[in-house]
Design a protein around this ligand. Structure first.
Ligand code: B1M
Length: 234
């Protein structure tokens, strides 16, 4: 007789075991299990911010590292991000209630003439997973859309994505316009997309080139830490 696999009852695990299990479930992209685990921790009296940082973000950090190191690939990461988003959807209204601190805010969009959005969406999800508020302005964005979003949303970071060699120069149009308007230094500008590289990022005047979503999160965190330190130093 085939040995039956033992089902793990999440509610029977203690807090530490449950968080460990949620790391595994997030890694495996198990949306319903993440929803259940999130609800159990909230019912046990965990602060929503702790559930976000210790259970969900913690788990996503493992996913992000393995993605960066080529152990996980896009389909798995999208599943993990989806599961994470399901947990976050439960926490979102609760976090708003308690006014938990956010990591920072980012406006992100794919540039004019470019309709590729998978990478941008992945960056958005990973940034949200790391505790950032993300305003996604979609694809095919002319400079006017970026400027309007910056004014309306007042983010810390502007993210731009381009997947075509023909559309990547448009990032410079956006940055040059920001310089002309005298608003360039009000934001950290991060760029990404398969045909870009470090050199291109520097040449167009971006603050950082992010080769993937994990690097985008790390770079954004670094800039936010710097900003907080500068503010604290007066
Ligand atoms: Co297109 N396409 N495509 N395509 N497409 C590429 C980019 C291409 C390299 C394929 C090829 O020929 N080998 C090629 C570009 C060649 C070039 O310019 N050098 C190409 C072409 C030519 C085209 C069309 C022109 C084809 C045609 O119609 N003749 C056309 C253009 C349409 C347009 O945009 N105007 C086109 C259309 C399409 C589809 C619509 C069919 C589809 C897009 C679907 C969608 O996005 N909803 C598509 C796809 C899927 C691809 C490939 C196969 C995959 C892109 C992708 O999603 N990768 C792509 C080939 C390839 O890249 N190998 C290709 C997965 C994604 C997770 O990676 O987007 O790199 P990526 O994002 C990464 C990082 O780059 C970074 O983090 C992400 C996650 O780790 N990153 C950021 C990205 N944006 C960031 C922003 C940041 C930070 C990091 O801000 C802070």
């Amino acid at each position: 007789m085939a040995e039956e696999e033992e089902d793990i009852i999440l509610s029977e695990l203690d807090d530490d075991e449950l968080v460990e299990q949620m790391y595994d479930d997030l890694y495996d992209g198990l949306k319903e299990e993440i929803e259940e685990g999130t609800n159990i921790l909230i019912e046990r009296g965990w602060a929503p911010y702790d559930v976000l940082t210790k259970a969900l973000v913690g788990g996503m950090t493992v996913v992000g590292a393995d993605f960066r190191d080529g152990i996980l690939f896009v389909p798995e990461v999208l599943l993990a991000a989806n599961a994470m988003k399901a947990g976050m959807a439960i926490l979102k209204p609760l976090l708003a209630e308690t006014g938990a601190p956010r990591m920072g805010k980012m406006v992100i969009g794919t540039v004019k003439g470019d309709i590729h959005d998978i990478g941008k969406n992945l960056v958005s999800m990973m940034m949200e997973g790391a505790g950032f508020e993300v305003v996604d302005i979609g694809i095919n964005n002319p400079v006017e859309n970026y400027v309007e979003a910056l004014k309306e949303e007042e983010p810390d970071i502007l993210g731009m994505s381009a997947l075509l060699t023909t559309t990547m120069p448009y990032m410079k149009v956006v940055i040059d316009t920001m310089v002309e308007m005298g608003i360039r230094d009000d934001y950290v500008v991060l760029v990404g997309g398969a045909p870009l590289n470090e050199e291109f990022g520097k040449a167009i005047g971006a603050d950082g080139y992010c080769r993937d979503a994990a690097v985008a999160v790390e770079t954004a965190k670094e800039y936010m830490a710097r900003k907080h330190n500068e503010l604290a130093a007066g």
